[in-house]
Design a protein around this ligand. Structure first.
Ligand SMILES: Cc1ncc(COP(=O)(O)O)c(C=O)c1O
Length: 383
């Protein structure tokens, strides 16, 4: 038998993600799958036609490593229009293979062994592994419960001489909370006079509810000048499988980002970039906030009369439900039982914490057809 060398794991505590586990369970039990965060409705056919056209026009070879210029330009214009900060198309904008690769490149370019990175927990799951792979140390500050707002006093205390970066995610996955103008002022206050960088993960920038505005970290000049802004066209245009995102940052930061980016992927798929540029040049009024707010409300209406208590969803396509009136089972156990016995798959919130925190809440993705949401509601009412 061949002697297979064994690897010493660089991420020993990471196993199969809860997302694949819950999806596999949903398939096995034929449950309505509201666990993973992706839409189950189709992309605009016009966009598909544009990709096809660009493929036929021969846009099939490597794109520039910075990204197709027309796409960088239109994205820079959109951020300028929405948040007032103008990123230089050539020097400060880069197209990436989804927000994930942007985050990976930002952290790799910025974090050296021993550097500390402040994260708010619960947090999206890809930040900590990249910090650790680069020898950095994640320092967790817990969000206030149940508002999931930032505890600025705790954040201030977490800052030390080794703090290199603070990661802000708004609208927030998994809690569906958003940051306010006041949060930006607090962030400005705690970082002014320091060398601390900010990674602003704003992939749900266009999904904000109830007439609110998205407060981008780049809207404050004192924050924009220390910030890597990350976005995802996957989220905005229902094309998560195309893995197309972007990073914007001041020239000196972008220079270091690009050194890493070019050896991580070099460039991102070409025909999609041309098609996206053309599509966004025609229309940048995404109107997806209204569409997703409608879906949130369909889901909330469908669970009216159930024993679940909805926490406020201010953005993203997630809704948290508190099940403490139903049982005191651990959220992971209850999520499994809900899938097996009642036919609805969700994600338990405790998996997004570094510490064992269990507020008896589950995350449901409502980026689904209305019929699917109503069916899920009917099933949840039986619990
Ligand atoms: C908060 C957050 N950041 C980043 C990503 C990754 O985005 P992409 O699919 O563009 O890599 C996601 C995807 O779920 C997310 O929820």
């Amino acid at each position: 038998m061949a002697n297979i060398p064994q690897l010493k794991s660089k991420l020993p505590h990471i196993g199969a993600t809860i997302f694949s586990k819950m999806s596999a369970l949903a398939n096995e039990y034929n449950a309505v799958n509201l666990s993973q965060g992706f839409p189950d409705f189709e992309v605009d056919p016009k966009l598909i036609d544009m990709v096809e056209k660009n493929m036929r026009w021969g846009k099939n070879q490597y794109a520039p490593y910075t990204g197709v210029r027309e796409l960088r330009e239109v994205l820079s214009q959109q951020i300028h229009r929405d948040h007032g900060h103008l990123y230089d198309t050539d020097l400060e904008v880069n197209i990436t293979a989804g927000a994930t690769q942007a985050i990976a490149s930002v952290i790799t370019a910025s974090i050296s062994p021993g550097d500390e990175v402040i994260l708010f927990s619960p947090s999206y799951d890809c930040y900590a592994p990249y910090i650790e792979l680069n020898g950095g140390i994640p320092v967790y500050v817990e969000l206030n419960f149940p508002s999931y707002t930032i505890n600025w006093e705790a954040a201030r205390k977490a800052i030390g001489p080794k703090t290199k970066m603070i990661i802000i995610n708004s609208p927030h996955n998994p809690t569906a909370s958003t940051i306010s103008e006041n949060d930006l002022l607090e962030l400005e206050e705690i970082t002014t006079g320091t060398e601390i960088l900010i990674l602003a993960d704003e992939v749900y920038e266009h999904i904000v509810f109830d007439g609110q505005k998205h407060h981008s970290v780049c809207s404050k000049p004192n924050l924009a000048n220390r910030c890597f802004l990350v976005g995802s066209l996957g989220k905005t245009l229902h094309i998560t499988g195309w893995k197309t995102g972007f990073c914007m940052a001041p020239q000196s930061l972008m220079g270091e980002f690009r050194k890493v980016h070019q050896f991580m992927v070099f460039s991102v798929n070409t025909p999609m970039q041309y098609a996206l540029a053309e599509y966004l040049q025609e229309d940048q009024n995404f109107r997806i906030s209204e569409m997703y707010q409608g879906k949130r409300d369909v889901f909330l209406k469908s669970i009216e009369g159930s024993k679940f208590k909805a926490l406020k969803s201010q953005g993203t396509y997630f809704q948290l439900l508190d099940y403490s009136e139903i049982t005191d089972e651990k959220d992971v156990d209850f999520a499994v039982r809900l899938t097996k016995e009642f036919g609805v798959a969700s994600i338990p919130l405790s998996v997004f914490y570094s510490e064992p925190v269990d507020h008896k809440t589950l995350r449901f993705c409502f980026a689904k057809n209305d019929e699917t949401l109503k069916k899920a509601g009917e099933l949840l009412k039986r619990v």
